[in-house]
Design a protein around this ligand. Structure first.
Ligand code: DC
Length: 218
């Protein structure tokens, strides 16, 4: 049986940073499910499909092949065979992704891939519905959050470090809108699983959060 750690939470809570560190410590595979949804979002953006057009999104998602592989321990996402890692981290893709990830066909396709990965290997998986839907029997479940102002500032600094133009106020607005959509959608909305441990990282360092999760694994 594989050992699974599920980390859910809103945008910018620090899930991926923490999940990567925990995976390294435990020698598990890190599965970034947001990146898979982002690859889908990128596809719809490129095709000029509106996220609200549920019929088109459902139909077109049949043509999308998303796979992942690992290069030097880093997850690489392929969209129809193309490595799209460098293209999916923009706010434009993030907003499109949140909008089209409400679609049941999109979710079904990616959840199956995620469940297969977790069955075959020990994983730390992060996303929005991991503890509630993808891996309901995960060994450790975390709900990681932080205030929206803190999360916006983190995302702002991350984008700035990459040399991208950005506006703090706009980022916070986008984050609040995205959270509201992710938490209020009909299918597998973002919420804390009943058996998940709640961690607020607003006043915690990365080390503290990682330490807490490793402790919970013991
Ligand atoms: O974690 P992220 O910011 O890369 O995720 C981008 C969007 O993808 C997020 O706003 C909602 C969607 N998503 C989802 O619906 N379910 C997941 N398990 C992961 C991401």
């Amino acid at each position: 049986m594989s050992y699974n750690i599920a980390i859910d939470g809103p945008a910018g809570a620090g899930k991926s940073t923490v999940a990567k560190r925990v995976a390294k410590e435990k020698r598990f595979i890190y599965v970034d499910t947001g990146a898979m949804y982002r690859a889908m979002g990128l596809y719809f953006l490129r095709e000029g499909i509106r996220a609200e057009d549920m019929g088109q999104v459902s139909e077109k998602c049949k043509n999308v092949d998303i796979t992942i592989s690992y290069v030097d321990g880093e997850q690489v996402v392929f969209l129809n065979g193309e490595n799209v890692n460098g293209l999916i981290r923009t706010e434009e893709v993030g907003n499109m992704t949140s909008a089209c990830s409400v679609n049941p066909q999109v979710r079904k396709k990616l959840v199956e891939l995620q469940q297969r990965l977790a069955r075959d290997a020990d994983v730390v998986m992060d996303g929005r519905d991991i503890g509630t839907c993808v891996l309901p029997d995960a060994d450790v479940k975390i709900y990681l959050t932080a205030g929206s102002g803190v999360r916006a500032k983190r995302r702002y600094e991350e984008l700035q470090a990459k040399g991208m133009e950005c506006d703090l106020e706009q980022i916070e607005k986008d984050i609040i809108e995205r959270d509201s959509r992710d938490m209020n959608r009909e299918i597998s909305p973002l919420r804390q699983a009943e058996d998940a441990v709640f961690l607020d990282s607003s006043a915690m360092s990365i080390d503290e959060v990682v330490g807490k999760i490793l402790e919970l694994c013991q």
